[in-house]
Design a binder for this molecule. Sequence first.
Ligand code: EPU
Length: 442
Amino acid sequence: MFKVLQKTSLNLGQSEKKEKILVQGNKPLKGVIRTSGAKNAVLKQMAACLLIPAKVILKDVPPLQDVFRMIQIVEFLGGKCEFDLEKEVLQIDCSNLNGSYAPFELVSKLRASFVILGPLLTRMKSAKVSLPGGCQIGTRRIDLHEKGLRDLGAKISISHGYVEAECQPNGLTGCEMRLDIPSNGATENLMMAAVLAQGLTIIDNAAKDPEIEDLANFLNSCGAKIKGGGTDRIEIEGVKLDELHGTEYITLPDRIEAGTFLIAALATDGDVLIQNIVPEHLQSLLEKLEEIGGKIDCKENTIHICRAKPLRATEISTVWYPGFPTDLQAQLMALLTKAEGTSIIKENIYEDRFSHVQELVHMGADIQVNHNVAVMKGVEKLTGTQVLGGDLRATAGLVIAGLMAGGKTEVRGLNHLDRGYSHFTDKLIALGAVIERVSDSS
Ligand code: EPU
């Protein structure tokens, strides 16, 4: 078991203890908060450590359930992990790996863990990794991961729920490939696999998200040769294992966490300053928030938000970065429940990411869904009731709805919330929210 230097209520297993959030609504959020390190960056950097035969120090690592689960996977494979929860520093040493088999029991708990396939295969020459299993928000295919690894020379077979991959004794061979869609996971898996491939790999139509750029920067700080991370064309010049070395690296700030708090601030007619954020990473959200009625002021690493005018309806369509992120769709929908006029939200990334709609309707929202389009008419008020979050971002969206509602809202589904937000209720309390996390005995 990995060494945890301090305990938090979020250590692995404890979030399975049933809890719920109680929110007393209609209180404006006011004050300053600091964004944590990005979940969707740090999980991939942890997977990338499987490539590095030395000690790596990752800083600003949030104590999330998904991080604890990824630690379990890295340790299962032979990596040594030490997590200082107070300093949010995670040390990983994969000098010696003892295998390249990742079983269903571990992989199925965390979809993001599928990105271990690329690094394991390229370092160990073979890997057997469980398919990532079902997901509440859509099918989440892996065909592009599979095709790209084949292009790099791997033999891949899928049977009994496992992907088995193997390469020649001298490893994978660089090549030029084009992704049909700019999948984050496929870009990351293939970029990591190419780090130890022979020669040059070019990934066209790659995902351009800041987390991909951060992964490339992290790997380069360990001796990899990657150009173009964060653009749609990534070039990776393969290196030898002994050219990779340890590093100390600060993970980039979590744009989705920051976006969630910006939306909550506007939704409660608040006045909030978010520190430790790259404003450019949230451009599509900031433009929408201004259109809806927010007044935004960005400095180099901060964003200030308050309300300039009454909330107005808008249209959003989720797309690949730098477009509007699917991971902020549920939170924005909560905000728009009370915006004057008719809003339209189109979800293009996942086929089933509207689990929050029914719950918002229970709170008094007026929303009709047709396939992947939600049409919402702004209502005067929401009323608190009992709601259940169906996925990570849906649960955050329901907490925002609770902050906007009259009376008390009980939000369940914290097992999802704890996967992706650290100290969520504490941060809201610091902003003046009347919110508490209590045991759920019902
Ligand atoms: N897709 C395919 N084939 C593939 C891979 C993906 O068709 O081979 C499809 C999926 O089925 C899905 C879409 O492409 O409909 C998006 O998949 P992508 O690979 O881009 O997403 P991911 O890497 O699995 C990451 C984030 C998600 C975020 C998406 C999109 C992590 C751990 N997860 O997932 O974050 O929604 O990118 O930006 O990085 C969250 O944080 O709440 C979350 C779900």
